[in-house]
Design a protein around this ligand. Structure first.
Ligand code: ZN
Length: 138
């Protein structure tokens, strides 16, 4: 069995963002030479997510509104976690949107559904963060 590991560096210029990382995962897969197996993609930070959904801007705006209803950023004083930091809402948003995805690799391609794309979700941006890509297979 072969294995391949790569880190992607992310730096969103705003607090919250959704970034399509499918092309970078496809590049990593091509680089790995693996034709059959699995790829794991996970955020390495506790205020960011990796998830799969539609690449549609209306939906991303709906995510933003929904997450702000569930875990509003402000007032910062509403959260016990805030004191030294102001990112309790970002930890909660990450929890809902998830840490990682696993995608099957078939005949050298990501075996995604017709509208599935892989996204990095940032909830406490303006700093450098990493995404891990780990691929195993033959
Ligand atoms: Zn924190």
């Amino acid at each position: 069995m072969k294995s391949y590991r790569k880190e992607l560096w992310m730096e969103a210029p705003v607090r919250r963002a959704y970034i399509n990382i499918t092309p970078q995962v496809e590049l990593a897969l091509a680089d790995s030479g693996i034709r059959e197996g699995l790829v794991l993609v996970n955020a390495m930070h506790i205020t960011a997510s990796v998830f799969i959904n539609d690449n549609e801007s209306g939906l991303h705006s709906d995510f933003e509104k929904w997450l702000e209803k569930l875990a509003p950023e402000k007032p910062h004083t509403q959260y016990a976690h805030n004191g030294y930091e102001d990112n309790a809402d970002a930890h909660l948003k990450r929890q809902i949107m998830g840490r990682e995805v696993v995608v099957a690799i078939t005949e050298g391609k990501l075996d995604l559904g017709p509208w599935e794309q892989i996204f990095y979700g940032e909830y406490d941006g303006k700093r450098r963060k990493r995404v891990l890509i780990k691929i195993i297979g033959e």
